[in-house]
Design a protein around this ligand. Sequence first.
Ligand SMILES: Cc1cc2nc3c(=O)[nH]c(=O)nc-3n(C[C@H](O)[C@H](O)[C@H](O)COP(=O)(O)OP(=O)(O)OC[C@H]3O[C@@H](n4cnc5c(N)ncnc54)[C@H](O)[C@@H]3O)c2cc1C
Length: 383
Amino acid sequence: MDFTWSREDTEFRSRVRGVLSRELPTNWPTLARHGPGSRQQTEFCLEFCPKLAEAGLLVPHWPREWGGAERPVWEHFILGEEMWAAGEPRGAQYMNVNWIGPVLMQFGSDAQKQRYIPQMAAGKAIWCQGFSEPNAGSDLASLKTRADREGDEYVINGQKIWTSYAGMADQCFLLARVSGAGEGKSAIAIFIVPMTTPGIEVRSIPSLIGHGDIHEVFFTDVHIPVSARLGEVGQGWKIISAALANERVGIPRYQLATIILDEMVGLLKTRGQFGDPVIRLRAAQAAASCEAARILVYHVVDAKSRGQILGADANVARLAVIGADHAVSDFGMDFLADCYSGAGHVSFMSHHERAIVTGIAAGAAEIQLNIVAQRYLNLPREA
Ligand SMILES: Cc1cc2nc3c(=O)[nH]c(=O)nc-3n(C[C@H](O)[C@H](O)[C@H](O)COP(=O)(O)OP(=O)(O)OC[C@H]3O[C@@H](n4cnc5c(N)ncnc54)[C@H](O)[C@@H]3O)c2cc1C
């Protein structure tokens, strides 16, 4: 088995790094301090993504019809690794590229495709994902936001929470329960809702990661045309399940964790502390966690590149990514504690804050463990 990258892959990675080193400003670490959802980074992505698009590096894996070049799955993945290693300068637009655009291509009406996909391919569209509700996070199927059909319209009422990017989004990819369509998952449908529609109120939630990242979104008698529904009423759950499987490996945070760990080790060497066997052991364990995450994610990407169906391997890989983030963050907190107070070390603090939420956003780690236990290890549901 050959584990090395092909010449084309290596050249592609260098090309992406070249664009990043040319286009990221010298104050990028400070600008990216608060993560992809911050106002600064969102504003930056609206300048940066059109340049990526022009260089053919925003949606290279998309079909030509929609502005792509039908490049291999691995190129898209290398692009993701390099972007996340740099703190994700695509901001919210990584979601468009990874899953919202492809979902629209597969399930959207012609009018929806024409209206939304070209803007995404040009790097000019910010979307948010309106799934979680105050009593429907891990148990998403119990969501209560309602869509009542009135003639040619739906009227939306309800509340979403923890919605990233909502403060600057153009559209919301919204999950709601269609009245009269039953109780369970089959009543859930997807709606594309422009965030400027009357009746939508966005409130920022102050948090540890702060700075406008997460929001509550209230929908009060929001009227949208029936044509804003994506797919059929009974299809909503199936569509998002497929989309979320992609999201699980679409955030290769081990790449950034590896860079942060290298910086930490460099600093400990400068301080003359890296001779300590305990520190060396913990650094090796953190490095092994990052490598394990990388290999498990590659396993999933490889399956995808061969057109194989993804099973619980994607959940195993996501757990490993969370573990790697935590191992590096814990290492820094234990041996470089002074870097996390006052002005501190910008990159370490930024990584640490994101590592705290990495096992919650995009699905809690404990839920991933349940899925792995049942579908991967075939353990029984009840003890
Ligand atoms: C930074 C951030 C960004 C986010 N962005 C978005 C977004 O853009 N759009 C969106 O829709 N949502 C978003 N979320 C919400 C995220 O998807 C939810 O927080 C997540 O699904 C968990 O749901 P919850 O918060 O309701 O927690 P709960 O589901 O209430 O869980 C609370 C705790 O109980 C545990 N738990 C719950 N059920 C079980 C079970 N069956 N077995 C074992 N343990 C269990 C969980 O692991 C968790 O630790 C974001 C969250 C964060 C932190």
